[in-house]
Design a protein around this ligand. Structure first.
Ligand code: SAM
Length: 324
C-alpha cells in the first residue's frame, strides 16, 4: 500500500500522456508555450510499466489526461493495456471533447467507462474566443454521444473565472438538469504562464452554490463524499451540480492521488513545483524493486497541504504541462 507521512492512502494516479493540446485556452496557456521535443515524452510502454508497478503498490484508479489525450495516436492501445492491468478497476479520461465523438466507439471498446469533458462556455462565440477554436458543436455532440453510449456519469468540468464566464452559472446549472450530466464548477487556480491569472478572478464555490440555490431546488447528493467535489442533485433529474474548491477550502486531507507528467516526472502535489524524475529510472531499465521504492519515497514526500489560504503562490507550470 502507498501511504504518505500523514496517513493518506494513495490509490489514484493521473497520467498526462502529452503536453500538446489542440485548444489554446486563454486561462491555461499563452502563445509562448514551450515546445517539448518528442523524445522527452514518456512512451506508452514506459507508462504501462509505471502503472503495473503502481498497481502492485495498491493503486486501483487511473485517469489519462494531458494536454489533450485524444490527439495521441493509438490512445486506445494505452487504454486497453492499462485496463488489463491486474488491480486497476477504474479507468477514466479527461478531454476537451473535440475529438471524442470520432473516437468514442473505439475508446469504449478499449475499456473506457467514464469521461470528463471540459467546457467553459455554453455560448459558441465565447467558446471560440476562450479556446481559440470554433468547435463548440463538436463538443456538444461528443457529450451527447458519451451519454448515449452510457459513459456515465458524464462529468463536465467548468472553470469559473470572474469577468469571463460567471454570467453563465445558471445556464450551466440548467444544462446539468436538462442534459442529465454532472456539471462541476472548478475554482480558477494559479498555474502557468497565462496572463489572465489574478487572484481577484477567483469565484469562491460558495458564491456559485448560493446563486444556484436561489434558482433551483438542489439537495446534497448521496455520493457527495466521493472525490473532491461537493455534489448536489436536482429534483426530477439525473443531473447534478458540484463544486471543486481548491482555492477556498482545504481538500488536502482527503487527497488520494499523485501525478505523472508527460515528461516522466512524479508530482506528489498539484500545488507544489517539486517533481521527481522517474523517466530516468525507467529508461535505465531499473529493476522493479528500485522503481517501487522510488515511487513509495515520492509518496512519502507528499506535502501535508497546499500553501495557506491567503498566501497564494503561483506554480511555474500550466496545467497543460502538469496534466490537469
Ligand atoms: N485537454 C484536457 C481537457 O481539456 O480536459 C485535459 C487537460 S486540461 C489542462 C484539464 C483541465 O484543467 C481542464 O478542465 C481545464 O479547464 C483545467 N484548467 C486549466 N488551467 C486551469 C486553471 N488555471 N485553473 C483551473 N482549472 C484549469
Amino acid at each position: 500500500m502507498l501511504m504518505d507521512k500523514y496517513n493518506r492512502v494513495i490509490n489514484y494516479i493521473r497520467i498526462s500522456v502529452t503536453d500538446k493540446c489542440n485548444l489554446r485556452c486563454k486561462y491555461c496557456v499563452n502563445e509562448n508555450f514551450p515546445h517539448i521535443p518528442h523524445p522527452e515524452i514518456l512512451r506508452y510502454e514506459e507508462i504501462i510499466r509505471f502503472v503495473k508497478l503502481c498497481a502492485e503498490l495498491g493503486v486501483t484508479k487511473v485517469r489519462l489526461t494531458g494536454g489533450e489525450p485524444l490527439i495521441k495516436q493509438d490512445i486506445e492501445f494505452l487504454l486497453k493495456e492499462i485496463n488489463q492491468i491486474e488491480g486497476i478497476n477504474d479507468m477514466s479520461l479527461t478531454t476537451n471533447g473535440v475529438f471524442l465523438g470520432e473516437k468514442i466507439h473505439r475508446l469504449k471498446e478499449a475499456g473506457l467507462k467514464r469521461v470528463n469533458i471540459s467546457l467553459d462556455s455554453l455560448k459558441p462565440e465565447r467558446f471560440a474566443y476562450i479556446t481559440g477554436v470554433d468547435a463548440y458543436d463538436r463538443v456538444l455532440e461528443s457529450i451527447s454521444l458519451a451519454k448515449d453510449l452510457g459513459l456515465n456519469p458524464v462529468k463536465i468540468n467548468t472553470v469559473m473565472i470572474k469577468g469571463f464566464n460567471d454570467d453563465e452559472i445558471l445556464d450551466f446549472a440548467r444544462f446539468a438538469k436538462v442534459w442529465d450530466v454532472q456539471v462541476r464548477f472548478i475554482e480558477f487556480m494559479p498555474f502557468g504562464e497565462s496572463t489572465l491569472w489574478n487572484s481577484s478572478r477567483i469565484i469562491p464555490s460558495g458564491e456559485v452554490e448560493e446563486l444556484i440555490k436561489k434558482a433551483y431546488q438542489i439537495k446534497p447528493s448521496r455520493n457527495s463524499h466521493k472525490g473532491p467535489a461537493k455534489m448536489f442533485e436536482f429534483e426530477g433529474s439525473l443531473g447534478q451540480v458540484g463544486f471543486i474548491s481548491p482555492m477556498s477550502t482545504h481538500i488536502c486531507s482527503e487527497c488520494n492521488r499523485i501525478r505523472l507528467t508527460s515528461t516522466g516526472m512524479i508530482k506528489p502535489c498539484l500545488f507544489s513545483d517539486t517533481e521527481y524524475d522517474v523517466k530516468r529510472l525507467l529508461r535505465e531499465n531499473a529493476p522493479d524493486d528500485v522503481l517501487k521504492r522510488f515511487i513509495s519515497d515520492c509518496v512519502v514526500a507528499k506535502p501535508e497541504r497546499k500553501y495557506e489560504i491567503g498566501l497564494i503562490k503561483k506554480c511555474q507550470k500550466s496545467l497543460i504541462s502538469i496534466g490537469g
